[in-house]
Design a protein around this ligand. Structure first.
Ligand SMILES: Nc1ncnc2c1ncn2[C@@H]1O[C@H](COP(=O)(O)OP(=O)(O)OP(=O)(O)O)[C@@H](O)[C@H]1O
Ligand SMILES: Nc1ccn([C@H]2C[C@H](O)[C@@H](COP(=O)(O)O)O2)c(=O)n1
Length: 238
């Protein structure tokens, strides 16, 4: 980082399938920023509970397991890694089993407090040094713009119609968006968002948060729309 450069923290929230991870990761790549996938942390916590035989219905046990979670997340947008107890779980945390059960961790308030603390630590590290040498970070999830990093330099709510989000996830998981694929995808998009919305609000932009609706945009157009928000905010700071 050059002397005089100012670090940039970009917070991106939104519902499932809106494109948060894909768009945020590409924005981070293009700006040379670190990339923090906070959803992967909730998924890793869920994986750890299952691996350790912690019943997801036991809120006290889940909270303790999350406090003890031996998690290391990599923030290189070209290859974000998720390592739990020395094991690379980057693939294992994306299974339908994890996707269908992660809300048990996401709705556990003590688990949220612990993961939020860890997320703030990563964001602060990247603001002053870390992988990005202080250039900053793009952090995406559900509560980044409101709870984890409400003072972020740029705050974006990335939305899309339920129809678009279901179709995207169906294509991603099943290679098609036909009726059967859409039906099979509904639980981990619509039901999961409904469950998660009971403890965190990510459907309506908070004050100061810019909404980007990607319903009618392709991935590249959405990346460019978010980059535009970042550049406008940087210009306003200059
Ligand atoms: N604007 C877009 N147009 C077309 N496809 C998109 C768009 N944005 C994302 N996608 C695709 O939709 C799928 C879901 O994207 P992504 O995983 O980034 O969403 P997400 O919001 O992070 O979802 P979740 O919160 O459930 O992880 C991916 O296959 C991605 O390539
Ligand atoms: N900051 C966050 C990030 C994620 N979650 C929840 C939402 C999902 O149920 C789950 C996995 O997220 P995804 O990988 O699908 O983006 O974790 C949350 O509550 N807060």
């Amino acid at each position: 980082m050059e002397v005089g450069d100012v670090s940039t923290v970009v917070a991106v929230d939104g519902p499932s399938g809106s494109g948060k991870s894909s768009v945020s990761r590409e924005v981070a790549r293009r700006l040379g920023l670190a990339f923090l996938d906070t959803g992967a942390m909730y998924r890793a916590a869920t994986w750890w509970c299952l691996d350790q035989g912690v019943p997801l219905t036991d809120q006290v046990a889940v909270a303790q397991a999350v406090r003890d979670l031996p998690l290391v997340v990599g923030v290189d947008p070209d290859g974000p890694t998720v390592v739990v107890d020395g094991r690379d779980v980057g693939v294992a945390i994306r299974t339908t089993e994890i996707s269908s059960r992660v809300s048990a961790v996401a709705t556990n308030l003590e688990a949220r407090a612990e993961l939020g603390r860890r997320q703030r630590a990563v964001i602060e590290a990247e603001r002053t040094g870390g992988w990005s040498d202080g250039r900053g970070v793009v952090a995406e999830g559900r509560d980044i713009t409101t709870v984890v990093a409400p003072d972020a330099d740029v705050r974006v709510l990335l939305t899309a119609s339920e129809e678009a989000r279901l179709a995207r996830r169906a294509r991603e998981l099943h290679g098609t968006a036909d009726a059967a694929a859409l039906s099979a995808t509904r639980d981990q998009v619509v039901r999961r968002d409904a469950d998660d919305s009971t403890v965190v609000q990510f459907q309506v932009a908070a004050d100061g948060v810019v909404t980007v609706d990607s319903s009618d945009l392709d991935l590249e157009q959405t990346v460019e729309a978010v980059l535009d928000v970042v550049e406008r905010a940087r210009g306003a700071r200059a």
